[in-house]
Design a protein around this ligand. Structure first.
Ligand code: ADP
Ligand code: MG
Length: 269
């Protein structure tokens, strides 16, 4: 008898915003850690040539070996390239050095937008969540993430230009929906680096809520020095300083993400 295919289980979330420095990587690492702490099996795919998610999880540039590049080019599998982290149930496919060339090399390939989706298919039964950390661009690496994802999580920094460029991101998401991933949705928008001493942060938060409504998570990630220190120790802030405001906020955010997933399931059966 042919074995019956394993049922898909993982929900795949792409963390995307073409602006750099808005908190994509920080949110990927810490949301991933918080989800793993609730007992979920979580895979982080470092899809940014800068490899900050890999570094932030304690895997330095020289120790990375095969990773996302080889995955995109069909030279490895998730199973063969996945690495454990210092957090139980949290796994990572690191950004290999070659990933910086991938954006151009992908152009030549067949199914160039589907390479990541194809590669993740064999892993979806092994994880509850797959989080894809995107580069700060809307090129083929991000398109691969959006084509593979069930939903997008958009980190927005609480700064004056927070909403700038968002229409381009939304147009890209809409185009991906029309062309190769009709089920793609926005899981939510998370406000990051909120500074409660700064009126501007409140104004930006109000603006973003006016624009995105209920898509914006109630949880706001505060600007917190422990969050920015943690990556240089190769640790998520939840491990570096669990009592910090940043760690608490990410635990909260994970609760909201899980709640949205539960609500979605009860609607879609
Ligand atoms: P992106 O992946 O979107 O480029 P990062 O997650 O790397 O953004 O964040 C950019 C910088 O801001 C990093 O140096 C990170 O440590 C810092 N940072 C992110 N979130 C916070 C926060 N809540 N408080 C303080 N610093 C933060
Ligand atoms: Mg990043």
């Amino acid at each position: 008898d042919a074995p019956t295919p394993a049922p898909k289980r993982a929900r795949i979330l792409a963390l995307a915003n073409q602006k750099g420095g808005v908190g994509k990587t920080t949110t990927t690492i810490n949301l991933g850690t918080a989800l793993a702490a609730t007992g979920k099996r979580v895979l982080i795919v470092d899809n940014d040539p800068q490899g900050n998610a890999s570094t932030g999880l304690g895997i330095g540039r020289t120790e990375r070996g095969t990773g996302t590049y080889e995955l995109l080019f069909g030279e490895t599998t998730v199973e063969a390239s996945v690495r454990g982290t210092s957090i139980p149930k949290l796994f990572v496919v690191t950004a290999s050095a070659d990933l910086s060339g991938a954006e151009l090399e992908l152009v030549e390939l067949e199914r160039r937008e589907f390479r990541l989706r194809d590669a993740l298919t064999s892993a979806t039964a092994d994880y509850d969540y797959i989080l894809i950390d995107c580069p700060p661009a809307l090129g083929l690496l991000t398109l691969n993430a959006l084509a593979a994802a069930d939903s997008v999580l958009v980190p927005l920094q609480c700064e004056f230009y927070a909403l700038e460029g968002l229409s381009q991101l939304i147009r890209t998401i809409e185009r991906v929906k029309r062309t190769f991933n009709p089920a793609l949705e926005i899981q939510g928008v998370v406000l990051t680096m909120f500074d409660r001493r700064n009126n501007l942060s409140d104004m930006v938060a109000a603006d973003v809520r006016g624009f995105f409504g209920e898509k914006v998570y109630e949880t706001v990630i505060p600007r917190n020095v422990r969050v920015s220190e943690a990556p240089s120790h190769g640790k998520p802030v939840l491990l570096y300083d669990l009592k910090s405001a940043g760690a608490k906020a990410y635990i909260h955010l994970a609760g909201e993400v899980l709640k949205r997933e539960r609500n979605r399931q009860s609607v879609h059966g």
